[in-house]
Design a binder for this molecule. Structure first.
Ligand code: PNS
Length: 159
């Protein structure tokens, strides 16, 4: 059984993330979507909210939704899954992902990363931009799944 962990902040889940999950399921039998719980940061959505949004958006039983704190390599070891899936958007993502992948492999020689290119519809979408646009009253419909869109609307009613 081929299993991969798809880690991220997912604050919030975007259509770019969703595309990676859907395409990841064509390659892997199971995906663990692992939400980073970083106590040093104040996210827009709590870990519970982010997990619930992912679960609601991806009811597929091949998708497990989980969260983790601390180092990713400690989490992958605990899970016994050493393969991590990450999405790559533009060239700007490459440097960071290159550093992350190599540092993780330095920390755990068993650790391996697999990258998928995001589709042309979502290469410009980031959670950070979605948060900014939504919080300033902009329209993010089509950039995030309807579940997330509704939640953002509740949080930031249109003026
Ligand atoms: O969605 P993001 O914010 O790009 O995801 C980044 C993430 C969660 C994969 C990365 O920040 C991470 O793995 N954080 C856990 C802490 C850690 O392991 N840091 C060292 C990385 S080399």
């Amino acid at each position: 059984m081929a299993v991969a962990i798809y880690p991220g902040s997912f604050d919030p889940l975007t259509n770019g993330h969703l595309s990676i999950i859907q395409r990841g399921l064509k390659v892997f039998d199971r995906l663990v979507v692992a939400v980073l719980n970083n106590p040093k940061k104040t996210p827009m959505f709590s870990v519970e909210e982010r997990r619930a949004l992912i679960r609601e958006t991806c009811p597929d039983p091949r998708v497990e939704v989980d969260d983790f704190q601390g180092l990713l390599v400690h989490y992958t070891r605990r899970k016994g899954v050493h393969l991590v899936l990450r999405g790559l958007r533009a060239a700007s993502d490459f440097e960071y992902e290159f550093q992350l992948a190599n540092m993780n492999r330095k920390l755990d020689p068993e650790f391996e990363s697999v990258f998928m290119m995001t589709g042309q519809d979502s290469f410009y979408i980031s959670s950070q931009l979605v948060r900014e646009v939504a919080s300033l009253g902009g329209d993010v419909e089509g950039l995030v799944p309807p579940t997330v869109f509704r939640k953002l609307r509740e949080r930031f009613p249109r003026k």
